[in-house]
Design a binder for this molecule. Structure first.
Ligand code: PMP
Ligand code: GLN
Length: 382
């Protein structure tokens, strides 16, 4: 069979997690918490599954998602960012952020059209573009500050550019885009048909008093942006695979056509539980402080190691530079770190199309303090 994705041979996050299990290493590779979500939220799932006053809760949910959940999302986006969102016409519940990303790309990218990716970035963007016959054009952010030089970026835009994929906070670098970035982006796309796919799954993990900048906040970007979010990150439930996207009505209509014919709709009881939970919880307000403390605990605990830590302004990932320790490529270094030192990380080269290797590894600090302290002690021995 002629593969549309010949380069997709394995999944780096699953591979490193599996190696961590095999060697009984502390798993700071794949991004997921090793602590439990809120008990109230878990209890709500049981209630929703069993409540006979909601007889259809175990049957198909509406295509776009439960109205009450979408209302709650619109309220949250308004209170967080001051953005007016029409819950009915602009919010769609998806199977995690991953489906939001692929549905957006499928809905708008035609064969031969160009999609600009900003690397390093999450690994699902490029395969989604390639599956629909689009062409990825890569802008490479440079270590160690991973800033976007918008003048350089502008040179990549052509008459064929259909979409720009951005991600803030960024996985894996932990950098965030700020107002000046959004203004530069606004200028670049002004007068074009370019759509922005904005991956904002780490929206509530922005530290040191900075704010999350969503393109939806900017008038010039609002009409052309699809913002993608994930309950997995915000409520510590990556295994539920429930997310949502927000986009202007004309864009949402097209995204829903793809969604309807790929997954149709998303788990009904989980949506119900999430809606009820959003109604009573303000957990997201506590996340910046919660994760900033973990970032600080971890970086403090590894002080004295031979790793150099890069700045982390957001997300739950910390980059470590190991160039003072070894000349190995980052993949081999990660394998050895698991086998000989008992800690699993992600080789950052795997998040570049060309496997650019700056001797950086990514460690996830969405872990209990105890796990982070144990891992730090092991890392100090490397
Ligand atoms: N985007 C980024 C940047 C991510 O890190 C992840 C998951 N770790 C996703 C999207 C996918 O989110 P979900 O699990 O909700 O599909
Ligand atoms: N987003 C997670 C990470 O970056 C992994 C998601 C996945 O494994 N599909 O580690």
């Amino acid at each position: 069979i002629k593969s549309k994705l010949p380069y997709v041979t394995h999944h780096i996050f699953s591979e490193m997690s599996a190696l961590a299990t095999r060697y009984n290493a502390i798993n700071l590779s794949q991004g997921f918490p090793n602590f439990e979500p809120s008990q109230e939220l878990l209890d709500l799932v049981g209630i929703c599954l069993n409540d006979k006053s909601m007889p259809l809760v175990n049957q198909y949910a509406p295509i776009a998602g439960l109205p009450f959940l979408r209302e709650k999302i619109a309220e949250k986006v308004h209170s967080s960012y001051g953005i007016e969102v029409d819950w009915d016409k602009e919010v769609t519940i998806t199977v995690g952020a991953t489906e939001g990303i692929s549905a957006t790309i499928s809905a708008f990218v035609w064969p031969g059209e160009e999609v600009i990716l900003i690397e390093p970035c999450y690994d699902s963007y490029k395969p989604a573009v390639d599956t629909v016959g689009g062409k990825t054009v890569i802008y490479t952010m440079k270590s160690p500050d991973f800033k976007i030089d918008w003048d350089e970026f502008a040179k990549l835009i052509t008459a064929k550019t259909r979409m720009i994929c951005i991600s803030t906070p960024n996985n894996p670098t932990g950098t965030i885009m700020q107002e000046e970035d959004m203004l530069k982006l606004s200028q670049l796309v002004h007068g074009t048909d370019i759509i922005i796919m904005s991956d904002e799954v780490y929206e509530h993990m922005v530290f040191d008093g900075k704010t999350h900048e969503s393109p939806l906040k900017y008038d010039a970007l609002r009409e052309r942006t699809v913002s993608v979010f994930s309950f997995g990150k915000t409520y510590h439930i990556t295994g539920w695979k429930v997310g949502y996207c927000i986009a202007a009505p004309e864009l949402t209509v097209e995204i829903r056509k793809v969604h309807q014919n790929s997954v149709f709709s998303v788990s009904h009881p989980l949506q119900k539980a999430l809606a009820k939970y959003m109604d009573i919880s303000d957990d997201h307000l506590k996340l910046p402080e919660f994760y900033q403390k973990k970032r600080d605990l971890f970086s403090e605990a590894v002080k004295g190691s031979r790793f150099k830590l890069l700045p982390c302004a957001g997300s739950y990932f910390q980059l470590f530079d190991y160039s003072d320790i070894s000349n190995e490529n980052d993949y081999d270094f990660c394998v050895r770190l698991i086998q000989e030192h008992g800690v699993a990380a992600i080789p950052v080269s795997r998040l570049y199309t060309d496997f650019k290797d700056d001797h950086l590894i990514r460690l996830c600090f969405a872990k209990t303090d105890e796990t982070l302290l144990k891992a730090a002690a092991l890392l100090k021995e490397v």
